[in-house]
Design a protein around this ligand. Structure first.
Ligand code: ADP
Ligand code: 2DT
Length: 188
């Protein structure tokens, strides 16, 4: 009999929601409990495409909006063989952003163009300003209306431990469910 496959667990949210912190804590907790789990992040800045994206996000270079959207997408596609290999080996992948960020940030950007004059920039990276983040959040809420997606909303304003417990409980249930189901495409 084939071994149990791993689950793909994606944490999405606005900047500084606590995604990176919680991905690390979840991987650590799963590994401590004897499960095989690894973390991935998008953009993955170490690849050639990732370096272009990193420079763009750090405002060191400009890239046309459609082109940068496709680079973010390509940056995910270049990791897909690895993702499939790990999942089929039974490794659960905890992913810091995925294609939902791709949609939410690009579509929020269209809105942002109309609002550009009102915006203030207080962060180091390109998208780190409050007006833009509000638009991104709206986009995430719209994506959550898709009933084919297995979203779970977590209140990121709670303490580190409370957020972690909530994510861990949901993830453990998801790992069990995923083990019974064949690998499908993430999202169409
Ligand atoms: P993200 O990956 O979503 O951008 P981070 O995990 O990098 O967010 O966290 C951003 C900042 O918020 C960090 O300084 C982190 O220590 C802090 N932080 C994360 N989760 C919480 C929480 N539940 N309560 C208070 N501060 C938090
Ligand atoms: P962090 O590394 O701090 O998460 O910032 N982004 C991400 C997009 O615009 N499109 C995408 O497809 C993805 C995955 C979100 C990364 C920034 O890049 C944005 C914030």
């Amino acid at each position: 009999m084939a071994g149990r496959r791993g689950a793909l667990i994606v944490l999405e949210g606005v900047d500084r929601a606590g995604k990176t912190t919680q991905c690390c804590k979840l991987v650590e907790a799963l590994c401590d409990a004897g499960q095989r789990a690894q973390m991935l992040r998008f953009p993955e800045r170490s690849t050639e495409i990732g370096k272009l994206l990193s420079s763009y996000l750090e405002k060191k270079s400009e890239i046309e909006a459609h082109a940068v959207h496709l680079l973010f997408s390509a940056n995910r596609w270049e990791q897909v063989p690895l993702i499939k290999e790990k999942l089929s080996e039974g490794v659960t992948l905890v992913v810091d952003r995925y294609a939902f960020s791709g949609v939410a940030y690009t579509s929020a950007k269209k809105l942002q163009l109309a609002d550009a004059a009102k915006r203030e920039g207080f962060g180091c990276e390109l998208y780190e300003n409050q007006a833009f983040q509000k638009q991104v959040l709206q986009r995430f809420y719209q994506l959550m209306e898709d009933p084919t997606l297995n979203w779970k909303i977590v209140d990121a304003s709670k303490s580190f431990e409370e957020v972690h417990e909530e994510i861990r409980t949901v993830s453990e249930a998801t790992i069990c469910t995923a083990a019974q189901r064949p690998l499908e495409e993430l999202w169409k």
